[in-house]
Ligand binder design. Structure first.
Ligand SMILES: Cc1cc2nc3c(=O)[nH]c(=O)nc-3n(C[C@H](O)[C@H](O)[C@H](O)COP(=O)(O)OP(=O)(O)OC[C@H]3O[C@@H](n4cnc5c(N)ncnc54)[C@H](O)[C@@H]3O)c2cc1C
Length: 458
């Protein structure tokens, strides 16, 4: 059923007139995400509370309206794109940090809180929320739950799911559930919290999150390591990860990336640099000093051209600014990119580098790689110009080859961006028909009318 005036008025009654819109200019703003795919919704609503979300979903369930949850729309697989139209629920007004429990290392937040705001707020109290997607200054914690976001620090600290202890969420029927615990342990029944984390807004709309925190590390050391071949950089990553020291980040950039962001650095790149690793350590001062020295020695043993240790936070920040600028700056190479976030076992990173170089040769397209190499998660960007149909075809073939190679190396087609709309057709290559049927069954239990974010994952 479409959107009648009475449904629209009902939404205005729930969230207030200024917080519902069906103006085309505004609908456009909520039609796309970072993939650039765009489908117009019929209306957009900006609720402020769980109670409003529950009333909206009760209405949607009664009227069989499609509903799409949306955070900041920075997703990389079209998760928040309303492919079947309907109502987009934007969480930007649900942006409260309710409380920080310093005794139990917990923070309770609404889904629309920007992730870097969580970082800043808990750090002021000497606490630490590790997951740090490169988009943390814009993305929401609700979106991070939707995708089970990772980020550079996942090497040492894991991903979003490792910090979500409990959730409150609204089912498509409008019923509210509370999952999980506020304790370290808890095995009462199936783990619905973990099921909802990474479910891409297809099972429930998350309205409150209890996150686990850690003590803030006393010190951080950031270094830049340069190589004259990408293979040497890749082998160094595997070498570092075999050591007992676990850096909190090991990020990788290939030569094409360095060309695009070299102006960000506060130093000149050594001659012949073809790859860069950003390695970051944290912990107590004396062990970080010792570990940094060991890592430096190890990098030189793998033939690094040079190792520069950032002398202060400003210099370290410049390195991270360069890394974080990469995703958008790639459009200088071509008008479009297919950005895949494949993961391979750490000892297979050198093989993966060879695969991407081969694909670059056979496709005749630029394949640019960067990413969270320390956990085997490489962002491969296949650059093409959309206006050129032949380039698009070659790019799609390149994705096919990339995924086949990833799976044959024992990897996965997505480490942190999810399936959404863009990887739907590839999912059966990785997981069998029986598992897909199980997943579809779970979806039916949560959402028998298929009104919540349809057209995603399957
Ligand atoms: C420059 C750039 C760098 C990035 N770097 C990283 C990175 O390092 N690591 C990483 O993991 N990702 C990264 N991303 C991808 C993206 O930022 C993450 O996927 C992020 O989690 C999306 O958050 P969002 O608020 O933008 O969510 P959206 O894009 O709005 O939504 C993402 C998904 O979550 C669902 N959702 C949103 N809110 C809710 C809710 N309240 N309840 C239920 N479902 C909900 C949506 O329906 C959708 O399926 C990057 C993106 C960009 C543009």
């Amino acid at each position: 059923m479409g959107f009648s005036n009475s449904i629209y008025r009902h939404l205005q009654k729930i969230s207030g007139k200024p917080n519902v819109t069906k103006e085309k200019e505004e609908l456009l703003c909520y039609s796309y995400d970072a993939t650039g795919n765009s489908f117009l919704p019929d209306a957009v609503v900006f609720p402020e509370s769980e109670e409003e979300v529950a009333r909206i979903l009760k209405l949607a369930s009664k009227e069989k309206l499609v509903v799409v949850p949306r955070g900041a729309g920075s997703g990389m697989t079209g998760g928040a794109v309303p492919v079947k139209g309907g109502l987009v629920i934007v969480t930007s007004r649900m942006n409260k940090i309710f409380d920080i429990d310093e005794n139990n290392f917990l923070v309770r937040v609404q889904p629309g809180v920007i992730v870097s705001d969580i970082h800043k707020t808990v750090e002021e109290k000497g606490l630490f929320y590790p997951p740090d997607p490169a988009s943390s200054s814009v993305c929401t914690i609700g979106g991070n739950i939707g995708e089970c976001a990772g980020g550079p620090r996942a090497v040492k600290y894991g991903v979003t799911r490792d910090y979500v202890l409990g959730l409150r969420a609204v089912l498509p029927s409008g019923e509210v559930i509370q999952t999980g615990v506020a304790t370290v342990k808890g095995v009462a029944g199936y783990d619905l919290t973990r099921l909802i984390v990474g479910s891409e807004g297809t099972l429930a709309v998350v309205t409150q999150i209890t996150l686990k925190l850690l003590p803030l590390p006393a010190t951080i050391k950031t270094m830049a390591v340069f190589f004259d071949t990408v293979q040497k950089a890749a082998k160094t990553v595997s070498g570092i990860m075999r050591e007992t020291v676990v850096p909190r980040c090991v990020e990788y950039m290939d030569e094409a990336c360095l060309d695009l962001v070299k102006d960000y650095f506060s130093f000149d790149l050594p001659e012949n640099t073809k790859a860069l690793l950003i390695i970051e350590l944290d912990g107590d001062v004396s062990s970080v000093e010792k570990d940094a020295q060991n890592i430096k020695t190890l990098c030189f043993s793998y033939d690094a051209l040079d190792v520069i240790v950032a002398k202060d936070q400003t210099e370290a920040q410049k390195l991270w600014d360069a890394r974080k600028a990469l995703s958008p700056v790639l459009y200088k190479i071509a008008t479009n990119k297919i950005n895949e976030d494949i993961v391979v076992p750490i000892d297979k990173i050198p093989d993966m580098v060879q695969v991407t170089q081969k694909i670059q040769k056979t496709s005749g397209l630029k394949v640019v790689s960067f990413g969270h190499a320390g956990d085997g998660n490489i962002h491969c960007n296949i650059m093409y110009n959309k206006a050129n149909e032949n380039e698009l075809k070659r790019a799609e073939k390149a994705v096919d080859e990339l995924f086949d190679a990833t799976l044959s190396l024992g990897g996965t087609i997505t480490g942190e961006h999810g399936v959404g709309m863009t990887k739907m057709k590839y999912l059966p290559r990785e997981i069998g028909a029986t598992q897909i049927e199980l997943m579809k069954g779970i979806k039916r239990v949560f959402d028998p009318q298929n009104i919540l974010n349809p057209g995603k994952i399957f």
